[in-house]
Design a protein around this ligand. Structure first.
Ligand code: CA
Length: 659
């Protein structure tokens, strides 16, 4: 989202004399300086705080203590060089409430940086903060033992999940949201809020839908250039895909960004509130790039180490945001791993969504999966496994092509997305299957089977259905409603509404992991804005007036989620089972029909028949003779059902069952 910055000062990459003659750019650097201790950062205790910093190319390192987020230092204390390029210092006094930074000399240059391992920071994240984090633990968590995710909902298999993507601010910032803390962590934590027409809003609305997982768009501290936490009254807006401090929540979502404990406590309270309603939480993490590689704390401390460079010395830029993190370097991998585990344990996150995962390396992702399994194997890992240009060698890229080496990590299925509603980048906006594009049916089928190798001529990237995240809409690109308005604007509103419903129906009945964008239930519109990452609230906010007006559509989506929950046939666990139980049936070319046979997935129904009907008129279909078919879903589209004949009418989904 950011524009590449030129360095605003000449970077000193360090004199190898400081690092035993080994250049930060050389491969030997990792061998010489990989440090596997678990004590990096500041370990606060009332009787003394231990500081440990990794900075092998520094000649000198100091701890700088401050009384406040602004003003001059109180104390500057020399750190001692320790093993593997680390620096250590213990301060034997109670540092509660003090702010800190590190000052290092790299070559002839002095750099001051926030501790990359800081767990609390002052406003705008420009200084670390020392406090006893146990004081931020929500009361709900104090009642449970020290186990990790035990306070949350029961674990579910990845294909049992229904993920719902939420932006903290969007969800309650609308004037009619009924929330007291609009746009904040606490706003989304509020129960009992009501909106226009007395509808449930905020958390109540969310919990009512029946989704299992809430995916929070970036909640870590993002850059001041995106949102300045000292000017919150100015109506700034940004999604925050530009990390500043990886291990600290964003200040603008806290009731008081100047109180370093508030953001920590309030995010934890949000997670506890979601857990208390049976919802698990997935955190959207952006370890693939930072806002500004030159001014990042990581660069100030170990210049040249953390980012990927091309052979000409310029930064690799697969993210189109100016830089990429070099996840394959051992201390970068460790930093990412430490960060993920910290959020999982301290904040009880139930899963992670990796932004531009295709820029991270396979080794890092598989190690994250392994380490999270030690905490809770039901944690969900998903990522954007796009095939992207990067300096990382292609076999190492954690993308769709390497899915066989990334077991139990879900990847977004762009093939289904584009087949359902049309290509997102095509200016002419191809109509997709819901718009009557019969060529798109094959792409939809690839999603229906969960992206697995269904047969020789039909396979996508996944090996197992849990690796395939099916969706028609997310925060990126136009909303589904805005896309349909563009591709089928000349068609009556009622027809467009049916197209939208059919798209959601396909997502929620396909094998794999279904993913919804907040507001999809009321056909969210951003007035056609294609990339609303910094658009004002008016474009981005959840419009509770629209939610009230389209309460029938909300009820429809709820019914889809309930249909999926009630029928394990839509949630088959393995590729093998899908291959043996899912049969595509003959149908006219504007239709897709398939059966899920023989109690697929342990379903109570003997057989299910699913029809996606993408034509406004009527179609006659011949049903497989497996017993007496009865209507389970979509009765409004059934014109006639007699023995082996189904007559379907209008754009929509019909599900039949033989009991
Ligand atoms: Ca921030």
């Amino acid at each position: 989202m950011a524009v590449q910055k030129e360095p605003d000062y000449a970077i000193d990459y360090g004199d190898p004399a400081a690092s035993a003659g080994i250049s930060v750019f050389s491969e030997q650097f990792d061998d010489a300086f990989y440090y596997d201790g678990d004590d990096l950062g500041a370990r606060y205790a009332a009787d003394g705080t231990d500081f440990k910093l990794w900075a092998p190319t520094a000649f000198e390192a100091f701890l700088v203590l401050y009384e406040s987020w602004q003003g001059e230092p109180q104390q500057v204390l020399a750190m001692e060089r320790s093993v593997k390029g680390t620096w250590a210092l213990t301060v034997r006094e109670d540092l509660e409430g003090r702010y800190y930074t590190y000052r290092v000399r790299i070559g002839d240059q002095w750099n001051e940086a926030v501790d990359p391992y800081a767990r609390a920071v002052g406003v705008n994240g420009d200084r670390g903060y020392l406090t006893d984090l146990s004081r931020t633990t929500p009361s709900a968590w104090l009642k449970t033992d020290d186990g990790l995710q035990d306070a949350g909902p029961e674990p579910v298999s990845a294909v049992d999940a229904v993920i719902y993507e939420v932006n903290v601010r969007d969800f309650t910032v609308h004037p009619a949201s009924g929330a007291a803390h609009k746009g904040k962590f606490l706003g989304l934590s509020e129960s009992g809020t009501r909106g226009p027409g007395g509808i449930k809003t905020g958390l109540d609305h969310l919990a009512d839908l029946g989704v299992t997982h809430v995916q929070l768009m970036p909640v870590y501290d993002f850059s001041t250039e995106s949102v300045d936490e000292t000017r919150l009254e100015d109506g700034q807006y940004n999604w925050g895909y530009d990390p500043k401090n990886y291990n600290v929540p964003e200040g603008s979502y806290a009731t008081d960004p100047y109180d370093p404990a508030a953001r920590v406590r309030e995010l934890k309270e949000l997670i506890a509130a979601l857990h208390s309603r049976g919802l698990r939480v997935i955190m959207d993490v952006v370890y693939n790039h930072m806002y500004d590689a030159y001014r990042a704390n990581l660069t100030k401390l170990v210049p040249g180490y953390y980012f990927r460079y091309k052979s000409d010395g310029t930064l690799s830029d697969g993210s189109f945001c100016g830089n990429e993190m070099a996840s394959e370097r051992r201390m970068v991998r460790k930093f990412i791993l430490d960060s993920v585990l910290y959020w999982a344990k301290e904040y009880r996150m139930d899963g992670f969504r990796f932004d531009l995962m295709g820029l991270l390396d396979v080794g890092t992702m598989t190690e994250i999966r392994m380490r999270l399994d030690e905490i809770d194997p039901s944690m969900i890992l998903i990522g954007e496994g796009w095939i992207m240009e990067t300096e990382l060698p292609w076999p190492d890229r954690a993308n769709q092509q390497q899915a066989d080496r990334l077991p139990r990590i879900g990847q977004f299925n762009d093939v289904l997305r584009d087949a359902v509603k049309g290509n997102i980048f095509d200016a002419q906006w191809s109509r997709g299957f819901i718009g009557g594009d019969t060529q798109a049916a094959f792409g939809v089928k690839l999603g229906i089977v969960g992206g697995i190798p269904y047969h020789e001529g039909m396979k996508l990237f996944a090996q197992e259905p849990g690796q395939c995240v099916n969706y028609a809409e997310c925060h990126d690109n136009r909303t589904l409603w805005d896309g349909i308005s563009l591709s089928a604007g000349e068609r009556p509103e009622e027809v467009r509404r049916q197209m939208h419903r059919l798209a959601s129906a396909i997502v929620l009945t396909s094998q794999g992991i279904p993913f919804l964008h907040a507001g999809q239930e009321f056909m969210r519109t951003k007035n056609g804005v294609e990339n609303s990452y910094n658009s004002p609230d008016e474009i981005n906010m959840m419009d509770w007036d629209r939610c009230f007006e389209r309460r029938d559509d909300v009820a429809y989506l709820k019914a889809l989620i309930a249909l999926r929950a009630g029928h394990p046939a839509f949630r088959m666990r393995s590729a093998e089972e899908i291959r043996s139980r899912l049969y595509f049936e003959h149908a006219a070319e504007h239709c897709i029909a398939y059966t899920l046979r023989d109690h697929a997935g342990g379903d109570a129904a003997a057989h299910l028949y699913v029809l996606y009907h993408a034509a406004e008129g009527d179609t006659t279909l011949y049903l497989p003779e497996l017993g007496e078919w009865k209507i389970v879903f979509g009765v409004e589209h059934v014109r006639r059902l007699e023995a082996a004949i189904l007559e379907a009418g209008g754009i929509g989904m019909i599900v039949l069952a033989v009991s």
